[in-house]
Design a protein around this ligand. Sequence first.
Ligand code: FES
Length: 200
Amino acid sequence: MTFHPNMPYDTGLHKSERRLPEQGEPFAFTPENRARLEEIARRYPPERRRSALLPALYLVQRQQGYISGHAMEHVAEEIGVTPAEVEDVVSYYAMFYSQPVGKYVLQVCRTLSCALNGAERVTEALSAKLGIKPGETDPTGMFTLMEVECLGACDRAPVVMVNDHWHECLKPGDAAKLVDDLRAKGPDAVSGCHLCVEKK
Ligand code: FES
């Protein structure tokens, strides 16, 4: 008699869903970004240098557009952790991209307030305009479309994050225009956070 369940170990089971990061081109910080990293790392005791990991990853993403396998190895060396620990962090946070993305990353919030105010139709309108599905980049390499969870501006739903900036109260009918405006005006097309705009 055995207490072990009878497990069918065939090829369809026990598969790892882990995707290895794209290795990309060899990576090193620019002198400016290295200096910036050192400035950030000095805020922590030397034995806590790993606390600068998140800012280091933001620096990589600003420099390269995404965080490749080579960049993870470089950060690991700079920070004093293992590449696996860096990959853990990159794969955990939605704001880090481990594959190349477009110049503008359009992240449509799909959580309750935005969903009730038409976020799904915003996504559909952006998909139709760009000819891509969420998770894809358009053939020009200019736009990547994503659906994300709450962006923290629920009273301004539906909200789309364009790179690091909010675009608030985006009606489905205006979604295609946002794409045209980004092409024409660049980041000036984004409304930003109303609280920051009101402070000016
Ligand atoms: S539900 Fe969309 S920003 Fe909070």
